[in-house]
Ligand binder design. Structure first.
Ligand code: DX5
Ligand code: ZN
Length: 225
């Protein structure tokens, strides 16, 4: 397990009239988290491949594209072609999960699978060894600014244990309600990539806010050693 906390600010809470400037504010981010919603898998509609393509032109920070869509298997190529560096699909929306993971990796991108709060980590057992990252949702997907679901901490520990069982070591990413209070909880349990939307972009200084969350998470790693 890496001994750093990687930050993935979510542009869902950024100002959509000036996304380029917003990304410029978080230049020390490890990923830019891009939430794609289709109005079917989740009750909200956001952005698609043209925006991913536009972001790719203006930043060198890896684009972490979170697909909250029903037809990921049919449209994953659009996001790969647009320049996604990491593609996350939802297990609940992909009957052919192994195939879509292979498609993502064959295109040279990192493959990640996400689980909703109500989906047990055991569904990942047979693909875990193939994954670069697992994204556990700590809110029900669809909106920024929701309250962190406390059961996620237990779920992260269960995922770490499952990874040990099958000899896999994907990065563990947490998305939803992450701030300075919740970051140490999830990092202590084994998470190393933190998505934060409102706790970064709704603050006066997003760069300072992002580093405060990272430092809060790092303090949990330091307490462990
Ligand atoms: C929610 C999205 C998140 C969202 C998180 O469905 O997947 O990435 O932007 O927002 P916060 O950090 O405000 O909970
Ligand atoms: Zn997300």
């Amino acid at each position: 397990m890496i001994d750093r906390v990687l930050m993935a600010p979510s542009i869902l809470s950024a100002d959509f009239t000036c996304l380029g400037e917003s990304i410029g504010l978080v230049h020390d981010a490890d990923y830019i988290h891009v939430d794609v919603m289709d109005g079917h898998f989740v009750p909200n509609l956001t952005i698609g491949p043209p925006v991913v393509k536009a972001l790719k032109r203006i930043t060198d920070i890896p684009l972490d594209v979170h697909l909250m869509i029903t037809n990921a298997e049919d449209s994953v190529d659009w996001y790969l072609d647009a320049g996604a560096d990491v593609v996350t699909v939802h297990a609940e929306a992909c009957p052919h999960l192994h195939r879509v993971v292979q498609t993502i990796q064959a295109a040279g991108a990192k493959a990640s699978v996400s689980l909703n709060p109500g989906t047990p980590v055991s569904v990942l057992r047979d693909v875990l060894g193939d994954l670069d990252m697992v994204l556990l949702m700590s809110v029900n997907p669809g909106f920024g600014g929701q309250k962190f679901i406390g059961n996620t901490v237990r779920k992260i520990r269960e995922l770490v244990s499952l990874c040990t069982d099958v000899g896999a070591a994907p990065l563990i990413q947490i998305d939803g309600g992450i701030d300075e209070e919740t970051a140490p909880l999830v990092v202590a349990a084994g998470a190393r990539v933190l998505v934060a939307g409102s706790a970064v972009f709704c603050k006066n200084d997003p760069a300072v806010a992002m580093e405060a969350i990272r430092n809060a998470g790092m303090s949990a790693i330091q307490r462990l050693v």
